[in-house]
Structure formats: structure tokens, C-alpha cells
Design a protein around this ligand. Structure first.
Ligand code: GLU
Length: 311
């Protein structure tokens, strides 16, 4: 594996971050990722920022509850909490910058059409097959007319100039992954996650992205997009997922999986932090500060965390 760049002190300390979607209370897997994001940032002298990714899937009060829970674990953060929904003008400016360089095209495909289209040679499953990339002016007009009928805007896609890109990840090492003509703005007008995350991380000085490893495959396309926008490509730390005893990604339906659930069942916050420490081979942690002291980058746990809880 490559040198663990994410834990090497940087000559110009940047920032780490945690960026939850406010779609409900954070479960143990989310809390574990948050503690690690904070630990990795603080251990390397970086600032630590929080960003609420509220472009969709917003549940009333969720963000406030998430912040309370993170503070209860002992995490602290620098500056104001950023709300992604308030960053529209920066997202628009990034898209305009790409449009001006002819790196954006309109896409009139429905999700179904993309799924059913034969994929391009060597493209990974699910990759955009390039349907609208090189349309004639007449075909574009027809596409726009169809969008008007569907009462939708065309999606905006990146005209990607590469098929893959390489990133450095603390857990996974050097990762080369595919880059397709990713969506920049969706057909419902909402800016796409991949664009927002790149623009918002860079604006906050984030050069260390820690999150769950279900997003590892998005990292190469995000780093490529950062490079196109003239932004620093971050290093990544994709934390193994928390799963239930069937091996499926941990979810609310698995029972008492949030901090508040555990407190209601008579555990303390320190117990919950301890459980998270155990999952990382760091027994005896009672507060986030204990992670900071005991974190050992040479002893990364690579397996998913199988969460077994007393009910
Ligand atoms: N908002 C995403 C989530 O809660 C994380 C995105 C990211 O960290 O880049 O899963």
C-alpha cells in the first residue's frame, strides 16, 4: 500500500471535514466516520469543518440533531457550519466556468434510457453511454422540445476528457477508477452531488476527505473534476462501512442504531464511543479525545464493521 498521505502532516495544514446529509439521526457507522474524520484532521494539524449536505433528502430538525450528537461525542469544528443549499452561486459559477470551456453538454436522456442503452466498450456498468455528447443542432432541438413536454430541464453533463483518474486513499491506497460524463446539474435543476462536493470542499480549504467507503468509486471522478476546475485534489480516507449481521449496510431499520437510541437503552455516550473504538482496534476510548491520543495509522481495520447490538 502507498504511504498514508492522509496522516502525513502537511507543510501547509489544510482541513478535513465531515459532511452528513440531514436525512435522519446519525447511526453508529456515521458516528464512527465522523470521529475518524475529526481524528485524522486534528492529528495532522488540520482544521476541521462540518458541512450539511442539504440539497435533497432533508428531514426537519435533522441537521440540528446531528450537530448535537457530534458535539456530545466530543467533536469540535472550526468556523460556521456550511449549508450546501446556500452555496448555489458558487456551484453556478463552477458550471459556468466549465461551460465557457465547452466542457458541458445538455443531456435529454431519462434514467431508464441510460440504463437500457448498450454501454460503450470498456465502460463500467452504469456508466453514461455518451448518448447526447455529440448531437447535431437538430437533434438538440428535438431533445429540448421533448424536455418541454416532460416539463423538465435537460441535465447538464461534463464532457469528460479521460476514462479514469487516480487518487490516493488512506485505506485503499492508490485507486484508479472510472470517470464518465458525470451529471453537473440534474434535470430537476438541482446541482449534482459530485459538483457540489468538489466546489464546497475546495472553498473551505479541505484537502483531506474522510467519508464512508461506499463513496470510494466517486473519488476519481471528483478529483478529476477538481483538477478541471483548477482546484487542489484532496487526499481521501474512505472508512469501511458499518453493516448489520446480514452484511447489509447499517440502517435505521436495524434497530437501536443511533446515539439517542443507545442512550434510551441505558448506555452512556462514553459506552457508544467505546463501542466505536473497539470496532477500530482501539479499546478503552471514552471520548473523541481518546481517539486523538491512541489513533495508530499503521493499524487500520480494513473489514466492514459488523454491528451487533443488544436490543
Ligand atoms: N453527504 C454524504 C453522506 O452523508 C457524504 C458525502 C461526502 O462526504 O462526500 O453520505
Amino acid at each position: 500500500m502507498d504511504a498514508p498521505a492522509a496522516t502525513t502532516p502537511s507543510s501547509t495544514p489544510g482541513a478535513g471535514r465531515y459532511a452528513p446529509s440531514p436525512s435522519g439521526d446519525l447511526h453508529l457507522g456515521n458516528l464512527r466516520t465522523a470521529i475518524l474524520a475529526w481524528t485524522l484532521a486534528r492529528r495532522t494539524g488540520r482544521a476541521f469543518h462540518l458541512r450539511i449536505e442539504d440539497l435533497d433528502r432533508v428531514q426537519e430538525d435533522s441537521a440540528a440533531r446531528q450537530l448535537e450528537d457530534l458535539a456530545a461525542l466530543g467533536l469540535d469544528w472550526d468556523g460556521e457550519v456550511v449549508r450546501q443549499s446556500e452555496r448555489g452561486s458558487a456551484h453556478d459559477a463552477a458550471i459556468t466556468h466549465l461551460v465557457e470551456r465547452d466542457l458541458v453538454f445538455e443531456c435529454y436522456c431519462t434514467r431508464r434510457e441510460i440504463q437500457d442503452a448498450p454501454s460503450a466498450p470498456h465502460a463500467p456498468p452504469g456508466a453514461y453511454p455518451g448518448t447526447c455528447r455529440e448531437l447535431s443542432p437538430a437533434a438538440r432541438e428535438a431533445g429540448r422540445a421533448r424536455m418541454r413536454e416532460l416539463r423538465r430541464e435537460p441535465a447538464l453533463r461534463l464532457r469528460a476528457g479521460t476514462r479514469d483518474w487516480t487518487v490516493q486513499d488512506l485505506w485503499a491506497g492508490t485507486v484508479t477508477g472510472s470517470v464518465d460524463d458525470l451529471v453537473l446539474r440534474r434535470g430537476d435543476g438541482v446541482v449534482a452531488y459530485n459538483l457540489a462536493v468538489v466546489v464546497d470542499d475546495a472553498a473551505a480549504g479541505v484537502d483531506q476527505v474522510t467519508r464512508a467507503d461506499d463513496l470510494l468509486s466517486s473519488a476519481p471522478r471528483q478529483a478529476y473534476l477538481a483538477q478541471l476546475l483548477g482546484l487542489e485534489e484532496p487526499t481521501y480516507a474512505h472508512v469501511p462501512l458499518a453493516v448489520n449481521t446480514d452484511g447489509a449496510r447499517l440502517a435505521k431499520r436495524d434497530g437501536a442504531v443511533t446515539l439517542r437510541d443507545r442512550l434510551e437503552r441505558g448506555e452512556s455516550t462514553a459506552d457508544v464511543v467505546g463501542r466505536i473504538g473497539d470496532s477500530l482496534g482501539l479499546p478503552g476510548c471514552r471520548t473523541a479525545a481518546d481517539f486523538l491520543e491512541r489513533w495508530d495509522p499503521s493499524a487500520l481495520v480494513h473489514e466492514p464493521w459488523v454491528v451487533e447490538l443488544p436490543s
